[in-house]
Design a protein around this ligand. Sequence first.
Ligand SMILES: C[S@@+](CC[C@H](N)C(=O)[O-])C[C@H]1O[C@@H](n2cnc3c(N)ncnc32)[C@H](O)[C@@H]1O
Length: 234
Amino acid sequence: MTSHGKLFGVGVGPGDPELITVKAVRAIKEADIIFTAASSKNSYSLAVEIASPYIADTAVTRQLGFPMTKQSDTVEAAWTANAKEIAQELKQGKTAVFLTLGDPTTYSTFGYILKKMKCIMPDADIETIPGITSFHAAAARLNRILVEGEESLLVTSGAYGGERIRKVEDVENVAIVKAYKNIKDINQTLKDTGLYGNSVAVSKCGRSHETITENIDDLETRDPDYWTLILASR
Ligand SMILES: C[S@@+](CC[C@H](N)C(=O)[O-])C[C@H]1O[C@@H](n2cnc3c(N)ncnc32)[C@H](O)[C@@H]1O
């Protein structure tokens, strides 16, 4: 029998404090230690703010750095150091929660933690608790069906523009997260692939300063917020 603790990867939803699951709340309440990602640019954690009503007074909250760089040595070293820090707590029998916005299996820093934990502590007890993704929340906000019948849905990053969307044929519906960079190229791609007519952008869904942009051309006239996604359909 092991006396090791347990790690929960917990999704707290897209920002609306009511879109957190009962299971996530229970894990947060029972945690000895709460970990969250802090980029080197911004130490403010919205995930902690959403979780804060449920964090025990006795629990410790700690931010882990995930450097915003493409230098693989730097990021690998940071991920390993973060996983070691978590493993240290588990070895002391602690229950740890790693908070992520949205869902932990979807474009999340928890993915890096999981990968490294499996290497440095293969016997670690880990449970992933899903969260409501940003694009599910946006579809619900718009009373818009994401996918139905025999259709398919492409979930993709827009960080490098519309490249991925051009490569996929016959997809009826697309959800583009990270639609804050290369918006010109994304916009052109939507037009070229017949997806523009039924497209909408949602920024800060369920949070203050939420915006809904039905004319994607308008996004080109301003720098879209980092928290912007696009839903598009044929
Ligand atoms: C690193 S990904 C995180 C995705 C998240 N794990 C999820 O399940 O939705 C960040 C991107 O998610 C999208 N996003 C997250 N929260 C959002 C929100 N409240 N409103 C609109 N987009 C959001 C944005 O496109 C943002 O650039």
